[in-house]
Write a protein that binds this ligand. Structure first.
Ligand code: URP
Ligand code: ZN
Ligand code: ZN
Length: 484
């Protein structure tokens, strides 16, 4: 229901005449903003210092990209093309007002030091508000008993763990320890689900046969290995009785595992990304090296897999849609030149600015993808799951005045030159979309309007996230006195 609060003094900002997407539907409303917060939704006219005429446009809550990488310390010897400045600039030009990138701890590092360093860089450079997920690559006693509890208290309430990748992967015992810790603290564990041994074994066999072309990346990162890892993570979450999020789900068989777990009443969440709906393994299998632009892990699967991904997204099995923006330049991805073996291609693709337009445009062809579903999976659900709601992720009185104003009829052909990231390519080059964000407003400040950026680097604020779940200090049910 629209709510209003009478105004004796002018609003700082009024957004008038737009179709406003609220939790209970889309309707014409005027919005009044004061001190960076939404204070009025309802009838006009409003007296304001600045007015934005949104007639003929859609007013959405600013997007929340809950999975992106930027300003990350060197990974496999390379630095991300985007730092917080260009990464958040690209995000805001794509209709986002909040990002949740990763502070990544590798074996041997202090997690606290990694996060301090990340804070230092983000606070100087971010254009929009940000929180941090923690990547725990080394769950030592100190990390678990000292660093993590302090970091959670400071507002980092989600932890990503890897089941693969040298320097990051946890063994099964460590995974159980992390899940038990998460249960105790009420935080969410995000899982990169791929079976390490499957990848290594398949890669060794492929290399023995000198099968190094890009397409073998997909063979090495098999769907079966992804499904096994997802099933294992789900089983461990069931054992410990704590929720998990399987991130960047690529395949229908993993969607099936998540759906089965949810049907059994487990709190297993699933995330997918544009690359699994709009790209396919066929895009990697190119005669030249350009297919490297679509290489990420897990990889996009065959085009025949896409309908199962759409089903998973539309029936709610996959509850959030993030970019997994991983900004490597093409030259760095194929540093070995035209014969770079698939094993040396950097994993990850850019997409923070194209995430929302690609999905928005798909509303034309996917009947189940309504506007409210679009807003939920891209914005509201991630804000809720990561402890930012209702400050972020919704247009409501009392929430931050974060908006993306969309021209639903604008036809755009995606070209890398129009994007604002610092990456030299987009895998979506030449893709035609209908609908584009034409204005972005963050805490009541217009920071982007029709191609013109009016934001300053460093204006973004760190967002302490609430714990998404109640801490449970009792031991896991499997340890109850009477075996169950
Ligand atoms: O290929 C990908 N997705 N690279 C980024 C790291 C990750 O696993 O999210
Ligand atoms: Zn991952
Ligand atoms: Zn990622």
């Amino acid at each position: 229901m629209p709510t209003s609060s009478p105004a004796d003094t002018p609003y700082d900002l009024a957004i008038t005449g737009g179709s406003v997407v609220l939790p209970d539907g889309t309707a014409p409303h005027d919005i009044g903003v004061r001190d960076g917060l939404i204070v009025h939704i309802g009838a006009g006219p409003l007296v304001a210092r600045r007015s934005v005429d949104a007639r003929g446009k859609l007013v959405l809550p600013g997007g929340v990209d809950a999975h992106c990488h930027m300003d990350q310390q060197p990974w496999e010897g390379r630095s991300t093309a985007d730092d917080f400045r260009s990464g958040t600039l690209s995000a805001l030009c794509g209709g986002n007002t909040t990002v949740l990138p990763f502070a990544m701890q590798m074996r041997g590092q202090s997690l606290r030091a990694v996060v301090d360093d990340y804070h230092e860089r983000a606070s100087r450079k971010a254009h929009i508000d940000y929180g941090f997920h923690l990547i725990v690559g080394d769950p030592t006693h100190d990390v678990i008993t000292q660093e993590l509890p302090e970091l959670i208290e400071s507002g980092c309430t989600s932890i990503k763990i890897f089941l693969t990748y040298e320097g990051l992967k946890l063994d099964d015992y460590e995974i159980l320890t992390m899940l038990d810790f998460a249960r105790h603290e009420g935080v969410l564990v995000m899982v990169h689900a791929e079976n390490e041994a499957c990848i290594r074994w398949l890669t060794d066999r492929l290399l023995e046969r000198r099968q190094t072309a890009l397409r073998y990346h997909v063979t090495a990162h098999s769907e079966i290995g992804e499904r096994e890892a997802a099933y294992r993570a789900i089983s461990f979450a069931e054992l410990i009785d704590t929720p998990i999020m399987i991130v960047h789900v690529s395949s229908g068989s993993v969607v099936d595992e998540i759906r089965r777990a949810q049907a059994r009443g487990l709190r297993i969440f699933g995330e997918t990304c544009p690359q699994y709906l709009f790209l396919a393994s066929e895009d990697i299998d190119t005669v030249d090296m350009s297919g490297a632009k679509c290489v990420c892990t897990p990889p996009p699967r065959g085009r025949a897999n896409q309908p199962a991904m759409w089903r998973g997204l539309l029936d709610g099995t996959l509850g959030i849609f993030s970019s997994d923006h991983s900004p490597w330049n093409y030259a760095d991805k194929i540093a070995g030149g035209p014969d770079t073996p698939f094993t040396d291609v950097l994993n990850g693709i850019p997409g923070i600015e194209t995430r929302l337009p690609l999905l928005f445009s798909a509303m034309q062809t996917k009947p189940g993808l309504t506007l409210s579903k679009f807003v939920d999976i891209t914005t509201t659900a991630p804000a809720k799951l990561y402890g930012l709601y209702p400050r972020k992720g919704v247009i409501a009185v009392g929430s931050d005045a974060d908006f993306a104003i969309w021209d639903a009829d604008r036809n755009v052909t995606i070209r890398n030159e129009m994007l604002h990231h610092a990456v030299d390519h987009t895998p979506y080059e030449g893709t035609r979309v209908r609908g584009w964000p034409v204005m972005t407003i963050s805490r009541g400040e217009v920071i982007y309007q029709d191609g013109e950026v009016t934001s300053n680097a460093g204006r973004g604020l760190f967002l302490p996230c609430e714990r998404p779940f109640a801490p449970r200090r009792s031991p896991a049910p499997v340890l109850a006195e009477r075996p169950r």
